[in-house]
Design a protein around this ligand. Structure first.
Ligand code: F6P
Length: 466
């Protein structure tokens, strides 16, 4: 009989509500739920609520053989750890936005304290035979905190965001303390070769670590480093996209927006997504290629996010002004050039929107991967697919060679790419689609989960314990 895999413990800042049906949960969550289900696993983290209790105990629930242990954050932890160091310091820094990164020693201490608190609350729930998978920048030092409590299990870390160039990283006070704590992991994963290379450069030139083909070593501690690109549930987007044509919803939308070609952008309302630059490029396109006026409609869907962080509030106002400006300049009684929508839609609805759009418009200034780019492609009609415009600074550009790759900082280049996408002959669209689909289907999100977990299980420690 095949032996049961070790129990998987996932730790992430945000944990999906155990009540979420798989189909509704995001692709990543669904992949993790699969992996957790296979091993009767445990998912630990924040439940998204803010309360008054200082150091609350986790609430334990079970769903489909998976244990969920989630806890509230106190108002202070929420302000200083989540809104503070995680999202006002690390997030901008990891996305190359030193100009808006806010450094505050108190917030850094709180970040470490919350990582310690999570480790302490998780500790009694752990078994010695578990393997532990930590996600993202909120929880970088949690392995060190778990080790301090005596835990010797294998622990892996996956960074969903980019890792920046050394010159950016070193602007963070305490950067070396934070990165040194990563040597308490057994395996560290990145989305792309570029992010991995930036990390290795930092380790080599800043910390003087020894970098070999297999691992990195610092002060006698070894970690393996790998690239594990996140993928999507391609089948789901194919299926949902194909549903589009049969829908009343679709017919109504078409009636409303006439016979125009659609461009679609879907992003959390975040400055890293390059929305202002995207709007300005679209404006440049309408002015430069005036023959397309009245023939295109741009939908930008941007659900609000992290609204208590000031920089996120500001970008919302800026975008409203910019969209109003473009419509003021070009709109007519029967044509609205840009529809800027601050709402979220289900994955099925988005797939239908993608399917219906001639151009996927994905131009982040920096992005770990960007799954919208892949979802757009997967939802296309293979016989008559649309074209994808993709920022060179999205991790996905390393994998989607059929995209029109652009520099999002240059409105002229982006506006030329829009015209090219709209004029692209069917044969070329199909060729590009086929090559992108091969990459997307060859690396679906379940493969990502399995590959990382297998790599973690396979690690052989040279020393008895971390
Ligand atoms: O890596 C970025 C990320 O943490 C994603 O995993 C997630 O979709 C997004 O940010 C949501 O952010 P938040 O939890 O702050 O709403």
């Amino acid at each position: 009989m095949p032996s049961r895999p070790p129990r998987l413990v996932v730790i992430s800042n945000r944990v999906p509500n155990p009540g979420d049906k798989k189909a509704q949960a995001g692709g990543l969550a669904a992949a993790l739920l699969d992996a957790l289900g296979d091993s009767g696993g445990l998912w630990f983290g924040w439940n998204g609520k803010v309360g008054n209790v200082y150091r609350p105990d986790p609430t334990i629930g079970e769903q489909a053989g998976i244990t969920f242990a989630t806890m509230e954050l106190s108002r202070r932890d929420y302000n200083e750890y989540y809104n503070g160091f995680a999202n006002r310091t690390l997030w901008p820094l990891l996305h190359y936005r030193l100009d808006i990164a806010y450094f505050d020693r108190q917030q850094y201490s709180r970040y470490i304290e919350v990582n310690r608190l999570f480790a302490e609350k998780l500790s009694p729930l752990l078994r010695t035979t578990d393997i532990i998978w930590v996600h993202d920048y909120h929880l970088i030092p949690i392995a060190a905190e778990l080790r301090a409590l005596g835990h010797k299990q294998k622990i892996g870390f996956f960074l969903h965001t980019p890792f920046p160039a050394t010159e950016i990283m070193t602007a963070l006070p305490n950067h070396d303390q934070l990165v040194r704590s990563m040597f308490d992991y057994d395996l560290i994963g990145f989305q792309t070769e570029k992010h991995k290379r930036a990390f290795l450069d930092y380790l080599r030139y800043e910390l003087g670590a020894e970098v070999t083909a297999k691992h990195v070593e610092l002060d006698g501690r070894r970690v393996r480093i790998g690239v594990f690109p996140v993928g999507i549930d391609a089948d789901q987007f194919k299926r949902n996209g194909a549903d589009a044509e049969s829908l009343v919803w679709h017919r109504n939308l078409r009636r409303q927006h006439g016979d125009t070609d659609w461009l679609i952008g879907v992003d959390r309302l975040d400055y890293s997504k390059g929305l202002i630059e995207r709007f300005r490029s679209y404006e440049r396109f309408l002015a430069k290629y005036s023959e397309f006026q009245r023939k295109v409609t741009f939908f930008q869907i941007a659900p609000p996010s992290r609204a208590e962080v000031p920089e996120y509030r500001e970008i919302r106002h800026e975008l409203e002004a910019e969209a109003g400006h473009i419509n003021g300049r070009f709109a007519d009684l029967d044509w609205v050039p840009i529809n800027y929508i601050n709402k979220s839609y289900s994955r099925a609805q988005l797939a239908r929107f993608y399917h219906e759009s001639r151009v996927g418009f994905v131009t982040p200034l920096r992005d770990g991967m960007n799954l919208v780019a892949m979802e757009y492609v997967a939802a296309q009609n293979p016989q008559d697919p649309g074209a994808l415009i993709l920022s060179r600074f999205a991790g996905a550009a390393e994998y989607l060679d059929g995209a029109l790759v652009v520099n999002p900082f240059g409105p002229d280049g982006v506006s030329d790419a829009i015209a090219m996408a709209l004029d692209m002959p069917l044969e070329e669209r199909r060729e590009r689609y086929d090559s992108m689909m091969a990459a997307i289907e060859g690396n679906d999100v379940r493969k990502w989960g399995r590959t990382f977990i297998q790599a973690l299980i396979k690690i052989r420690r040279d020393r008895a314990a971390k």
